[in-house]
Design a protein around this ligand. Structure first.
Ligand SMILES: [Zn+2]
Length: 82
């Protein structure tokens, strides 16, 4: 089994980890209902994405998804949400 010849120094280890941090999600205001939503995602509040009704809410908890001809990149998150 291959083994490292030298111990990784704290400096080298920490330099490698400089790219590991998480970025904050980009939250924008929905142009339709003015609630906060993640950009480039269907609004969880009104179910719209760029003037297209993607998710049709029937009542609390239940929702039906409308199939459109040109489905934009619909986030998995919206369909997985309960
Ligand atoms: Zn909305």
């Amino acid at each position: 089994m291959a083994l490292p010849k030298r111990k990784t120094s704290k400096s080298r280890r920490d330099k490698r980890r400089t790219h590991d941090r998480l970025k904050a999600v980009n939250v924008v205001e929905c142009p339709r209902c003015h609630s906060k939503k993640i950009s480039h995602r269907v609004c969880a509040n009104c179910g719209y994405y760029a003037e297209h009704e993607i998710i049709i809410f029937e009542d609390k908890g239940k929702k039906k998804e409308k199939k459109e001809k040109k489905e934009k990149k619909e986030p998995e998150k919206a369909s997985k949400e309960k």
